[in-house]
Every structure is written in C-alpha cells, then in structure tokens.
Write a protein of this length. Sequence first.
Length: 159
Amino acid sequence: MGKNTGKGKGHLRVVGKEDRLTEKQEAFCQLVAKGKMLAEAYREAGYMPNGSDKTRWEAASRLMSGNSKVIARVRAIQADIEQDRRTIERRREEWVLKRLTQEADQAETDGARIRAIELVGRTIGMFTDRIEQADEAERSASDIEADLRKRLDRLLGDG
C-alpha cells in the first residue's frame, strides 16, 4: 500500500495514527452529526464539563471549523445517516407496494381491489392530480391587461 499522491484514482492511502480521531473527537463528531448543538456535543463528548457555556461554545466552534479530520468525519457520519434513511424509505416503499399488490390480487371486495390498483398506479405515476393548460399564443402585456379587466368586470358585475 502506498501513500495517496492525489494524482488520480486507484491509489491506496495508508492511515496512520496521526489520521485517527481521539475518543473525544469521535464522540463529538457523532453527537454533532446527529443534530446536537456544538457546545452541548462538546460537553457530552467529555470536553470542559465545568466550563462556561461561552467558553465551551468557542472551543467547540474552533474544533468544528479548524480541524479538517473532524469536519470530514461529521460529513461522513451524516452521509451514512442519510444513506440509512434512504434505505429504510426504500424498504418501506417496497413493503407498501407488495402489500398493495397482494390486496389488488386477493381483496374480498371489488372496491378494495380497485382502490389497491389505483394506489399502485399512483406510485408509478399513472395517475396525476395536476391540471395541464394548453399553451396559448404569445400575448402582449396590453392584451393580458384587457383580458384581466374584462374578467374583473364580469366578476364584479360591472359588465
């Protein structure tokens, strides 16, 4: 394994002890990535348990903004959390579609079968609730204004 020279892809990078986070840094990263406020994460990670909120906030801000390893780790954890969320979402969608398909095939009533089929159709975009308007020819601002005035007059009963 060689050091990453940054000259293209395919190089392996040796991770040395200097690249690892301390236990407190890792705990801080985990807490921040999960949504804790910086000062709270800093305290819960074991830094300055008795410090003032202001001092803790300043130190946490320095750690978060001045340490590229910490920044990279927080981003990596957040990416993992997002990937997990997407995976769970996909599994739920698959489960719902599977159940709807079963219901469409095996429902006891016609209404239940039709509703299940409709819902499956909606998931694949067969049915939409949008209204599409035909694109009218180009109109000038004065034509649009005149049309609006006519409609307003009609609505207000003046025409």
